[in-house]
Design a protein around this ligand. Structure first.
Ligand SMILES: Nc1ncnc2c1ncn2[C@@H]1O[C@H](COP(=O)(O)OP(=O)(O)OP(=O)(O)O)[C@@H](O)[C@H]1O
Ligand SMILES: [Mg+2]
Length: 259
């Protein structure tokens, strides 16, 4: 009888030890997750800074090579000032995202946000035989963290551009209000994505771009992972449809019933 009681006691102790072990492991795993998250966010910050600085650098070089063009120099300085503010805002909001903080969102005019992106990209799409087809209602507003949504759209635009390099094509940006959502679509008539790869493209570090391909650069595979993280943080969705060798369409839906 006694031995059954003893056995029961030792089993109970065993159980309680294991429970505290599980709690400890859970805490360790949460910590590891937070660190992994921070690592990913740092890579993404570096990625977005690179998106901004690459274009700015090219533009500044153009001004250096044309020292008599004072108008160009003024433009470059304006862009530098605007993009420095932009870069610092991205840093702030991404670090806030890494710490799980809620970020400030407000209503922005979508057309203004998109116009600013093209000012930042600087390169004339026509030089790459790319037609722009932008169809955004004048007064359309979108409830978001402006800088982050701009970076998302910039990533989609840059991907679309790269998908059409050499052959050219059309890059379209459309938006409409749906029931309780704003829908924004970015499409290109580029190389498209094979069906079996569609599910991988939002994964961090998935890329098909290396120096041997047409883009002549190594992709980080972080652009779309960044887009997904930002859109998730806005309680929205981002999805893709593609016909290989024909076209790709990214669709973002952001909630609009937040008032
Ligand atoms: N518009 C598109 N057309 C064709 N393929 C695309 C398009 N957008 C994304 N992809 C595919 O998805 C992959 C991941 O895109 P993502 O933007 O995350 O990374 P990346 O462009 O390769 O590198 P980077 O981190 O520098 O943006 C790309 O390498 C490409 O294979
Ligand atoms: Mg990309």
């Amino acid at each position: 009888m006694e031995s059954i009681l003893q056995r029961r006691k030792s089993l109970q102790k065993d159980l309680s030890d294991r429970k505290s072990q599980i709690i400890k492991l859970r805490a360790q795993s949460a910590q590891a997750q937070a660190l992994a998250n921070l690592g990913l966010i740092s890579s993404m910050i570096a990625h977005e800074m690179n998106n901004i600085l690459t274009h700015l650098g090219t533009y500044a070089e153009l001004a250096i090579n044309n020292p008599d063009d004072t108008q160009l120099a003024r433009k470059v300085m304006k862009k530098t000032a605007a993009n420095s503010a932009r870069a610092s805002n991205i840093l702030k909001s991404m670090l806030a995202m890494a710490n799980g903080e809620k970020q400030e969102k407000k209503y922005y005019n979508l057309k203004d946000l998109i116009d600013e992106i093209f000012t930042c990209i600087a390169r004339d799409p026509g030089k790459d035989k790319i037609n722009l087809n932008i169809n955004i209602p004048e007064n359309m507003t979108v409830y978001c963290e402006g800088i982050c949504l701009q970076q998302v759209l910039m990533n989609l635009i840059l991907n679309g551009r790269e998908a059409m390099l050499k052959r050219g094509g059309t890059l379209s940006i459309r938006a409409q209000k749906l029931d309780r959502h704003v829908q924004i679509e970015v499409s290109d008539t580029g190389c498209g994505i094979e069906k079996e790869n569609l599910s991988k493209i939002f994964e961090p570090f998935y890329t098909t771009k290396d120096e041997k391909d047409i883009t002549k650069r190594n992709g980080a595979g972080l652009g779309l992972a960044f887009c997904k993280k930002v859109i998730d943080a806005h309680n929205g969705t981002i999805s893709v449809e593609s016909k290989p060798a024909r076209e790709t369409n990214f669709r973002i839906k952001l909630p609009d019933d937040v008032r």
